[in-house]
Design a protein around this ligand. Structure first.
Ligand code: GDP
Length: 333
């Protein structure tokens, strides 16, 4: 079926939900004709995004281990933001869906109230492909949501390393949710997370856990001050909140806004420009990886190389050279 890209772009611009869903499905597709149509669609939407307020959406990544309360938090935050007059889009990057086709994040029962809110739009993670492919789809989905007039875009991901780094490369502010755990306050946060977190919130600060959560936040804030001592940059604040009871969600959001103010309009523009450049190379690497996988000459030597390496008859360096030679010959042919 041929896609009327112009009509789809018009639909997105007027905020039509069916058009938004169709557009995101299109950018998630790995089919060559769909990818061409996606490029066309984005080209039609880009002037809208870059020239208007639509392009100024607040982009926030939200992460934390399974069970930390991400979906409860996003539901509470999203409903509050809609109440404040915002239009809120939620996207997900779910690394488990990439490996298994199953999903930690994407089941439909999550965020039911927010999903039913007219000024909110929730999209589960694309459930196939590589992390690079999902990143490409998600980056384009952000543009679609911005063109559709969403002024807040939240991107949820599970705390599994690479996906967080990927999401950090798409957002202005990265919010990390964690839990109170006396004794291992900083071990609880992996080193890589510390490097990308802009705001940290200790969730489930309610009932019996409230005191412990506050103590954890205080310790973590102290440790972070030491880590950042002597620098003049942004020191990630550590807050507490209860997603379940909806307390201090606004305080957490205010820190997100304060982080944006710290960056300033120019800082955000520069950050986004650099993200685009990084993303360009990520796209190239992803595409080269696909080409390598689909290359016939490489397929022809793959089994032979595999056996030789497994039998200990061929060093990895020789094997890699053989594969690259096969790839290069094929391309030069
Ligand atoms: P996710 O896996 O990070 O998305 O976590 P969920 O939002 O699904 O929450 C996991 C469990 O923790 C659920 O049973 C929630 O009801 C509960 N939960 C989430 N936030 C809070 C909170 O602030 N306080 C308490 N007591 N429970 C919470």
């Amino acid at each position: 079926m041929a896609i009327d890209v112009q009509q789809l772009a018009d639909g997105v611009r007027t905020g039509n939900r069916a058009a938004i869903s169709q557009a995101i499905t299109l950018v998630e597709s790995s089919r060559a004709d769909h990818r061409a149509a996606s490029r066309e669609l984005l080209a039609l939407l880009t002037p809208v995004v870059s020239s208007s307020e639509a392009g100024k959406a607040v982009r926030v990544g939200i992460s934390g281990v399974p069970g930390v309360g991400k979906s409860t938090f996003i539901e509470a935050l999203g409903i509050w933001l809609v109440g404040e007059g915002h239009k809120v889009g939620v996207l997900a990057v779910d690394p488990s869906s990439i490996r298994t086709g199953g999903s930690v994040l994407g089941d439909k029962t999550r965020m039911t109230e927010l999903a039913a809110t007219p000024n909110a739009y929730i999209r589960p993670s694309p459930s196939a492909g590589t992390l690079g492919g999902v990143a490409r789809a998600t980056t384009q989905a952000i543009s679609i949501l911005e063109a559709a007039g969403f002024d807040v875009v939240l991107i949820e991901t599970v705390g599994v390393g690479q996906s967080e780094v990927t999401v950090a490369g798409m957002v202005d502010t990265f919010l990390f949710l964690t839990l109170a755990r006396t004794g291992d306050q900083l071990q609880g946060i992996k080193k890589g997370i510390l490097e990308i977190a802009d705001v940290i919130a200790v969730n489930k600060a309610d009932g019996d856990r409230a005191v412990e959560a506050k103590a954890t936040a205080k310790d973590m804030a102290g440790a972070l001050r030491l880590v950042y001592a002597g620098t003049h940059g942004w020191v990630p604040p550590v807050l507490t909140c209860s997603a379940l009871e909806g307390t201090d969600i606004d305080t957490v959001w205010n820190r997100v806004i304060r982080h944006r103010e710290f960056l300033g309009k120019k800082g955000i523009a520069e950050k986004r420009a650099e993200q685009q450049l990084d993303f360009t190379w990520a796209l190239v690497r992803d595409e080269l990886d696909q080409r390598l996988r689909n290359n016939e000459a490489v397929s022809a030597v793959r089994a032979e190389v595999r056996e030789a390496v497994l039998a200990g008859e061929m060093p990895a360096t020789t094997a890699a050279d053989k594969i690259l030679a096969a790839y290069d010959n094929k391309r030069d042919a």
